[in-house]
Design a protein around this ligand. Structure first.
Ligand SMILES: CC(C)(COP(=O)(O)OP(=O)(O)OC[C@H]1O[C@@H](n2cnc3c(N)ncnc32)[C@H](O)[C@@H]1OP(=O)(O)O)[C@@H](O)C(=O)NCCC(=O)NCCS
Length: 147
């Protein structure tokens, strides 16, 4: 059972990395955590190039170097990300992410940052022809769009 991001190892390739870098730099937000000159964490999300979705940051992904997990880097990165969105990106009213349903640690982490569970997407993740996993779709609304 996997606990992390949905892509498999082979899919974290140059094409994927340049594609999310371009989308996040041009039309979203990306932050990195640096320790002793090395990148040890990263968070990004971007706005889809669709008029109707211009108020959304989607596909949010956060990763921290496995050797540096559990010591507060992920929370710090995420809080800074939300602070910048709330302060500087006032057109963004909704931030979206997927997380694996069984990864309760991640679900609780996202809930503590204001994300709500919008529902299960049963068997959306293919593991093998007879095994699938169910992610949750979660979203955080800007405080002024809850009215
Ligand atoms: C999810 C992830 C980014 C969190 O980063 P991190 O630096 O490990 O997280 P933090 O140390 O800041 O902890 C965040 C929260 O996770 C929980 N947590 C941390 N370590 C934990 C542990 N060993 N057991 C249970 N919960 C734990 C706590 O609720 C913590 O909240 P707190 O700040 O109130 O204590 C990181 O673990 C990671 O890269 N995981 C693999 C990739 C992944 O799953 N990405 C998310 C999918 S997009």
């Amino acid at each position: 059972m996997s606990h992390g991001i949905i892509r498999n190892r082979d899919e974290i390739n140059e094409d994927y990395i340049s594609s999310f870098l371009n989308s996040s730099i041009e039309n979203g937000l990306i932050l990195v955590a640096i320790l002793e000159g090395r990148i040890i964490g990263e968070i990004h999300a971007y706005t889809p190039k669709i008029y109707a979705f211009q108020h959304i940051l989607t596909d949010l992904t956060i990763v921290v170097n496995p050797k540096k997990q559990g010591i507060g880097i992920g929370r710090k990165l995420f809080e800074r990300f939300l602070e910048i969105v709330d302060k500087d990106l006032s057109h963004i009213k909704r931030i979206e992410l997927y997380t694996r349903e069984h990864n309760l640690r991640n679900v609780k982490f996202y809930e503590s940052l204001g994300f709500v569970n919008e529902g299960r997407q049963k068997d959306k993740i293919f593991i093998s022809p007879s095994r699938f996993e169910t992610p949750l779709h979660m979203a955080r609304m800007a405080s002024d769009s809850n009215k």
